[in-house]
Each structure stands twice: as structure tokens, then as C-alpha cells.
Design a protein around this ligand. Structure first.
Ligand SMILES: C[S@@+](CC[C@H](N)C(=O)[O-])C[C@H]1O[C@@H](n2cnc3c(N)ncnc32)[C@H](O)[C@@H]1O
Ligand code: SF4
Length: 459
């Protein structure tokens, strides 16, 4: 069925659309102050629902040309030591604002490259967190890891993570082809990836995830198949299959990737389809827009039970309603608001020196935002929205509230991407590949063209 896609149709659907790790999306957020954030933190202090914590470590030794993350290139260890000291200060301030809160059910370290820090620094941050916040005995504790940073010490850092109680590790692979790696300036031999994977396996982490990206320079369907085959030999519990998000206006280093080396939309889509077929054939279950997991994995169970959630780290099974971000650029979701920390180290340090939290922008959600957030979240996680559930949750009729959206969905219905009946709005088998386009029909800001159109393309 997928092969019937013609190029005109592909280019029509390949418009810039949000990835909906939040709704409303970041470009329409407004400036806010540390005081507003502090008030929000104190409002959730008495809540008994579990909490999720994200810690951002921005440093990397080299810059991968495709990278869309919030990264600081750094080769001076003293800069990292300073950052760790300020991070500990921020943890103290946040924990003072939030008081004795319900335990953390999810602790996620992302970056950048958290494992660029020394063992001592990682331990200090970890103990600072667990002394400031109670940690649930079954908490998911995860770290994003560049394999190249944990092989050189024969696994000593991985062993430390295991000793501290980390349950999940996520390794960046992207592509195993040497030519592609050269073009993206990420040289990582398959041996390094395999060795790291085996080390993590021998330490018996509860879960190991590998990240791949399609749409990179010099990739072809054939080379990307080889990458997927190499990954399948390791058989990780989860595989993230990301579409290369090209956002050079935000990440100028991406301009170093020459346009003519990139695959066409048709080829890029072909890579996704080929990889998807191989992964499904190998027994993986497709979850959400870009994840694959082995049967029995809790992501699969949550997908089946329709309890999957999406947050800034991607898909999750955990029940936390509030997420606290720590470190520069980190984003939190607290009560009815999103809050983001400042992006420059100097401002981060200055605010913390003044005894203030480091928030600079965010969004307090209106009743309309909250209701659309729920619809978009269900579409991104379940590929469907149940109209009766909506009515039960918000006390208003789905069809009555969204008659304009029904019009917006019409072209996608005609293309066979989505079906609408009295019970639900549901993406078809083909439509789940374009779930961002379907979700965007419910995005008020997207259609009013509010905020800069800073999104990567759908394919
Ligand atoms: C923040 S990185 C952290 C992992 C670690 N620094 C590494 O590179 O191995 C997490 C993942 O984001 C993905 N990523 C980064 N930039 C991307 C982009 N422009 N498009 C799609 N995925 C991207 C990569 O797959 C990467 O492994
Ligand atoms: S992909 Fe990972 S290692 Fe490469 S620049 Fe981005 S965060 Fe750093």
C-alpha cells in the first residue's frame, strides 16, 4: 500500500509540522519570570502524584553536524566542574520551592553528553538529587549516552551508573556506514557500539535503547538497511528511529551538510519504510511516531492499554503529571504551565548567584490549550481519539467543539490518512506515518500561523 505514494503527494505532506513533545509548541511560548515559576512549584508542593525530573548536561567533545540538541562544545574540564556546582545549587533552590513532595518516578539525564562528566561529578549530581527529593523504589532512572564516552574506561562509568541504580541506558548510534559517519562528523565504529552494548547487557540494565536517524547525507535505502541489520543483531529492547530534523535556522552547524548530499524526500521516506519493515519483521512493535520495542516491553503494554504518554524526552509509560527541568535550556511542565530555563551559561550562573530560579519563558495553558493538548497527546500516542472519553473529561461534545477541525481534516480524509466517525477520529495504517500532520489539524496556533514556523518537515 505504501508504495502507491506518489511524489506530489509526498511533497504536499512534507510541510514543516511540530513533533508535539508539547502543546502549545515552544515557538508560541512567552517570556516569564523565575517568580511565576516559583509560584507554580509551590502550588504543586502538596500534590501526591509522582514527579518526573530531567537533568540537562549540555557538553560534548565534538559537534555532530546533524545535531539538533542543545549542546556546548567544551574541552576545558573546569567549565564542566563549574556547571555541576551551579546545577547542585539549582537542585537546592527547586527543592526548597517545592517542599516535601511525592517521590520521583522518573529521573532522566540528557544532553549533550552526560557521560562527558567525570564519575565524581555524576555521583555528586545524583546524590544531590536523591538527598533533595525522595526517589520511588521503582523509579525509572535513565541516561542518554554517547558510546564513544564509555568504552575508553572499559565500562567504569557504566558500572557506576548501575551501582547508583540507573535502570535504562540509551545509546546514540545514528548510522553505522563509514561514509555517512564521515559526512556527519560522527566517527563511531560498529565495534565501539557493539562493545558498549555488550558491556551494558552484562551489567543487566533493565532496558537498553539505541537511536538511529534516517535522512542523513549519503544514506540510501540499501545502506540504511545494512545499519538496521547491524542493530538488529544486537537486539536492543527499544529502537528510536528518528527522522533527521533539519533546522539550520536554529542550528547553524547543520549548514555544513551540503544540500546535494541529502536524500530526496522520496528516498528518505523509502528509508523509513524499509527500516520499519525490517523492524516489524524482526518482531518489534511500532510505538508512536518513531519508536520500536520488543513485545513485553512496558512501552508495548502501555501502547496496547492506551496509557502511553509523550513528553519532552519522547514516549513514556510513567504516570507523572509534573516534570521539572534542571540545567540550561531544560523544559518543565508544572501544574498548568510549561517553563524553560535560560539558554546561556552566564545568565544561568548569574540568576543562581542571585538566589533565583533560571526560568525565562514558558506558557500558562488556557482551558482551550488543555483540551487540545489532550487530543493531540492521544493522537500522537494512540493514533486515535475517543469522542466519548473527550466528552467525559471536558464535559463538552467533541463534534460541537471541533467542527472547524473537521474541515481541516477533510483533505487528509480524502487522502485516506484518517477516518472520522461518530465514535472516534482514527489514523489509518497509512495515516499513522503522518500523525504529525493529522495532529496539526487540532493545533490552534499552527492554523492561526502564530509564532515563527520553526519546525522540521513531516518526513
Ligand atoms: C541528545 S542526543 C544524546 C545522545 C548522545 N549525545 C549521543 O549523541 O550519542 C539524543 C539523540 O537525539 C537524536 N538527534 C539529535 N539531533 C537530531 C536531529 N537533528 N534529528 C533527529 N534526531 C536527532 C540522536 O539520535 C541522538 O542520539
Ligand atoms: S548527537 Fe550527541 S554527541 Fe553529537 S553533538 Fe549531539 S548531543 Fe553531542
Amino acid at each position: 500500500m505504501y508504495e502507491t505514494f506518489d511524489d506530489t503527494l509526498l511533497s504536499r505532506l512534507n510541510e514543516p509540522v511540530p513533533r508535539y513533545t508539547s502543546y502549545p509548541t515552544a515557538p508560541v511560548w512567552e517570556s516569564t519570570t523565575p517568580e511565576v515559576y516559583e509560584r507554580h512549584l509551590s502550588q504543586i508542593a502538596k500534590r501526591s502524584n509522582p514527579l518526573s525530573l530531567y537533568v540537562h548536561i549540555p557538553f560534548c567533545k565534538t559537534m555532530c553536524l546533524f545535531c539538533g540538541c542543545s549542546v556546548i562544545l567544551n574541552r576545558r574540564p573546569e567549565n564542566e566542574e563549574t556547571y555541576v556546582n551551579y546545577l547542585c545549587k539549582e537542585i537546592e533552590l527547586v527543592s526548597a520551592a517545592i517542599g516535601g513532595r511525592a517521590p520521583i518516578c522518573q529521573l532522566h539525564f540528557g544532553g549533550g553528553t552526560p557521560t562527558k562528566l567525570t564519575q565524581d561529578q555524576l555521583e555528586r549530581i545524583f546524590f544531590k538529587i536523591v538527598s533533595a527529593f525522595p526517589l520511588d523504589a521503582h523509579a525509572e532512572i535513565a541516561m542518554e549516552i554517547d558510546p564513544r564516552t564509555v568504552v575508553e574506561d572499559e565500562g567504569a562509568k557504566l558500572k557506576l551508573l548501575k551501582k547508583l541504580g540507573f535502570t535504562r541506558v540509551s545509546f546514540g548510534v545514528q548510522d553505522t556506514n563509514a561514509w555517512v559517519q564521515e559526512a556527519i562528523k560522527r566517527r563511531q565504529s560498529l565495534e565501539v557500539t557493539q562493545k558498549t552494548f555488550r558491556l551494558a547487557q552484562s551489567l543487566e540494565f533493565q532496558g537498553i535503547n539505541l537511536d538511529l536517524i534516517y535522512g542523513l547525507p549519503f544514506q540510501t535505502v540499501a545502506t540504511f538497511r545494512e545499519t538496521v541489520h547491524a542493530i538488529l543483531e544486537m537486539r536492543p529492547d527499544r529502537i528510536a528511529l528518528f527522522s533527521y530534523a533539519k533546522i539550520p535556522w536554529l542550528k547553524p552547524h547543520q549548514k555544513a551538510i551540503k544540500e546535494e548530499t541529502l536524500p530526496s524526500t522520496h528516498e528518505k521516506f523509502g528509508m523509513y519504510l524499509a527500516a520499519r519493515k525490517l523492524l516489524l519483521g524482526a518482531g518489534y512493535v511500532a510505538i508512536g511516531m518513531d519508536h520500536f520495542a520488543l513485545p513485553g516491553d512496558e512501552l508495548v503494554e502501555a501502547f496496547k492499554a492506551k496509557t502511553l504518554r509523550r513528553n519532552f524526552q519522547g514516549y513514556t509509560v510513567l504516570p507523572a503529571d509534573d516534570l521539572i527541568g534542571l540545567g540550561i535550556t531544560s523544559i518543565g511542565s508544572v501544574g498548568d504551565g510549561y517553563f524553560q530555563n535560560v539558554k546561556e551559561l552566564s545568565t544561568y550562573y548569574q540568576l543562581l548567584d542571585e538566589g533565583k530560579l533560571a526560568t525565562f519563558r514558558g506558557k500558562i495553558l488556557s482551558p482551550d490549550d488543555l483540551l487540545r493538548q489532550w487530543v493531540i497527546q492521544r493522537l500522537m500516542c494512540d493514533f486515535a481519539v475517543d469522542k466519548a472519553q473527550f466528552q467525559l473529561k471536558f464535559g463538552t461534545s467533541f463534534d460541537g467543539y471541533f467542527h472547524q477541525e473537521r474541515e481541516r481534516l477533510k483533505p487528509l480524509i480524502d487522502l485516506g490518512l484518517v477516518s472520522v466517525d461518530p465514535v472516534s477520529v482514527r489514523a489509518t495504517a497509512l495515516g499513522i506515518l503522518f500523525i504529525r500532520n493529522i495532529s496539526a489539524c487540532f493545533d490552534r496556533y499552527f492554523h492561526k500561523k502564530e509564532g515563527p514556523r520553526q519546525f522540521s518537515k513531516a518526513i
